[in-house]
Design a binder for this molecule. Structure first.
Ligand code: UT7
Length: 331
């Protein structure tokens, strides 16, 4: 059976740059604290109200299609990974299909947070290999800036996140040996409430009260240290496993494109894997954590720099759920 492959990658970030010093003007934080703990120097925020994850996904998708040598009409399925959909329902994939002029094309939203792009990649890989769909548009896109709390209570989370989108077109591999070699997905709900957004919740009557809002339960809650530790441990383990599945060794890896949650997490993972820093993609300093978008943005920028040419690329992600995942793709 022939492999599926990533035929083109693209990305888009809003034009509004928000530096650490800009954040320090609106809440008690400093550039030094943010930079030293996370590596982040600036992030992008949507310019005005009304711009959703599907809007950021449009230019990212067009770039991916153009680089794949395809057009919107070639897309027969959409997979949209996001934890910040335009509205609570329907999914952002439906909005994106409409904005790209694709009536009737199926659209699946994936709710796997920071691992969403790799979960989507695994689904697209299986669909293409099984002959269900030919060219799948896979998007990771987030608008976080409207959903975090810019106060002392929310600062540990608010400084980390940014808005942005990345896209990939998945279709049949055009060359032998190239393509998606392995994907591995994991989840463990024992960690669900280490990083979560408790309200509104359909299990509560009512779903949202003024008291919940006073407590800030409509903002993400995170046990940063527990998430940090679990991220290092699981991204390292899944990276080793997907390489082993592919029959490869760490020295065969040309480029490591990890999820960008914290530069220090990725430095610990790379050190544990014995990967030199020049093989590791870092862009968190410019975009912060864009959750489902970090890996496709990293791929898209690497493509533009020529770093994907004939490269064996390792990817790994970890986040809320807990969910984590890895993949090996030969370009
Ligand atoms: O993609 C999803 C996954 N998310 C992650 O992977 C995030 C993983 N976790 C982390 O990256 C780190 O835990 C953080 C960067 C979020 C926090 O770093 P930390 O070293 O765990 O800091 P902390 O939360 O223990 O806070 C240390 C201190 C506290 O003050 P006290 O109690 O020591 O006086 C905080 O109140 O830093 C304070 N603090 C801040 N100070 C300035 C927390 N946030 C800020 C802030 N600016 N933004």
């Amino acid at each position: 059976m022939s492999r599926a492959h990533i035929l083109g990658v693209g990305h888009y970030v809003p034009t509004k740059v928000v530096t650490n010093d800009d954040l320090a003007k609106i809440m008690p934080t400093t550039h030094e604290w943010i930079e030293q703990r996370s590596g982040i120097r600036e992030r992008r925020f949507i310019e005005e109200s009304g711009i959703g994850a599907s809007d950021l996904a449009v230019p990212a998708s067009k770039m991916a299609l153009e680089r794949a040598g395809l057009t919107e009409k070639d897309i027969d399925a959409i997979i949209f990974a996001t934890l910040s959909p335009d509205v609570n329902f329907p999914g952002s994939g439906c909005y994106l299909g409409h904005k790209l002029g694709l009536p009737g094309v199926p659209a699946l939203d994936v709710r796997n947070q920071c691992s969403g792009f790799l979960y989507g990649l695994s689904i697209a890989d299986a669909w293409v290999r099984a002959g269900v769909y030919e060219n799948i548009l896979l998007v990771g896109s987030e608008v976080h800036s409207t959903g975090v709390e810019f106060t002392e209570r929310g600062r540990a989370v608010a400084v980390l996140f940014g808005d942005g989108a990345g896209a990939a077109v998945i279709g049949r591999a055009r060359d032998d040996g190239k393509g998606i070699h392995t994907c591995r997905l994991h989840a463990d709900g024992a960690g669900a409430e280490e990083l979560w957004l408790p309200a509104p919740a359909s299990r509560n009557i009512p779903r949202l009260t003024p008291e919940m809002m006073e407590q800030g339960l409509h903002y993400p809650q995170m046990n940063g240290k527990a998430v940090f530790r679990a991220a290092v441990e699981n991204m390292t383990a899944v990276s080793r496993k997907v390489l082993e599945d592919a029959g490869l060794e760490m020295k065969d890896v040309d480029l490591f494109v990890p999820h960008q949650a914290n530069k220090r997490i990725n430095q610990f993972v790379a050190a544990a894997l014995d990967l030199p820093d020049d093989k590791v993609v870092h862009n968190i300093e410019r975009y912060g954590n864009t959750t489902a978008a970090t890996i496709p943005i990293g791929l898209s920028e690497s493509f533009a720099e020529g770093r994907l040419d004939d490269a064996t690329v390792l990817m790994a992600a970890f986040g809320s759920g807990f969910t984590w995942a890895g993949a090996v793709v030969k370009f």
